[in-house]
Design a protein around this ligand. Structure first.
Ligand SMILES: O=C[C@H](O)COP(=O)(O)O
Length: 320
């Protein structure tokens, strides 16, 4: 994302009338999302090409309480070389030098990941601001961003205070995200809305808008720790707000569905949604990422099937 030619979304003043006028028709959004998996099917070499693309759009993530330096280093090695050599050769894509989009870790592991990824050009993203609940004292949350940037994170995935959305305190949400964006400096900010905790799709749409107005570079669905994480209806609503925001301001904001995206089939559905709702420009890593800890395993499995005609056991594609 840092190499992006895109002008960064600077945000702008909060217009509460605009926010309150946003409304989502839940059943229409659900009906439209339900058609996405049925609209196009990609097969054979086309599917393989889409899956390779999905790898380049992945924030390869580990966010476990039992993470250690060695499993973070193994994850980084996987980020540099996401597919086995024999698969790369069989697919004839050696010269593409495919890597994931970023590695996403807790602050604790930023320096380890930065060191392990040195020279690869792969950025490190840090989850921040009291992830996942976002309930630590405000000053501490801002300081956490400063610390991760200092440690070398190029992307900061912040969590919002859900209460501000649930009580309709849009000004507080705006002020919070704006302060986080300022603390990020040159690092890019992804605003995690925790959509599964926002009660309504209208709230998801309004929170998306406010986060973009406050200067978010990306809006992201979930932490992976909520009861409901990324879904197609949430994604439909958020991508449409991104479209409206571009119409209103001229700025392109990125999208990151995260949490529970584990299968190649799901990944293809999200890519189709992006293509249909926002177009091909949003299929580049500066505007789209999957947040996922285990998706790569299934993608590798499907690519092996494409190459050999057989499925390998998942343990042949171990994640660190
Ligand atoms: O931001 C990424 C998510 O935490 C990953 O969630 P996941 O473990 O369900 O793939």
């Amino acid at each position: 994302m840092s190499a992006s030619e895109l002008p960064r979304n600077p945000g702008g003043p909060l217009d509460l009338d605009v926010v309150r006028a946003i409304r989502v028709n839940k059943s229409a959004a659900e009906r439209r999302s339900a058609t996405i998996p049925t609209r196009r099917t990609v097969k054979k070499q086309w599917q393989a090409a889409w899956l390779l693309k999905a790898i380049t759009l992945m924030d390869l993530t580990t966010l476990s309480g039992d993470d250690t330096a060695s499993n973070v280093r193994r994850l980084c090695a996987k980020a540099r070389r996401p597919l086995r050599d024999d698969l790369i050769d069989a697919l004839g894509v050696a010269e593409l030098n495919i890597t994931v989009g970023a590695v996403c870790v807790y602050h604790q592991w930023v320096a380890t990941a930065v060191e392990a990824l040195e020279g690869s050009g792969i950025p490190v993203a840090a989850v921040s601001t009291g992830f996942p609940a976002g309930l630590s004292p405000f000053k501490q949350r801002v300081e956490e961003i400063h610390e991760s940037v200092k440690a070398g994170a190029k992307e900061i995935d912040i969590v919002i205070t859900r209460r501000h959305v649930l009580t309709g305190d849009w000004q507080a949400l705006y002020d919070e995200v704006k302060a986080f964006r300022e603390a990020c400096g040159e690092a890019h900010l992804k605003a995690i809305l925790a959509t599964g905790e926002l009660a309504t799709l209208t709230n998801v749409a309004r929170a998306s808008w406010v986060a973009m107005q406050a200067g978010a570079d990306f809006i992201k669905t979930s932490t992976g720790k909520e009861g409901t994480n990324a879904t197609l209806p949430f994604s439909l609503v958020m991508t449409r707000q991104i479209r409206e925001y571009e119409r209103a301001t001229g700025y392109k904001v990125g999208y990151k569905p995260a949490g529970g995206i584990r299968t190649a089939k799901q990944a293809l559905e999200y890519l189709m949604l992006m293509k249909e709702e926002l177009g091909d420009r949003w299929l580049q890593p500066d505007l789209f990422r999957f947040g996922a800890s285990s998706l790569l395993t299934d993608i590798e499995r499907q690519l092996e099937h494409h190459v050999t005609g057989r499925y390998a056991a998942a343990h042949r594609h171990p994640m660190p």
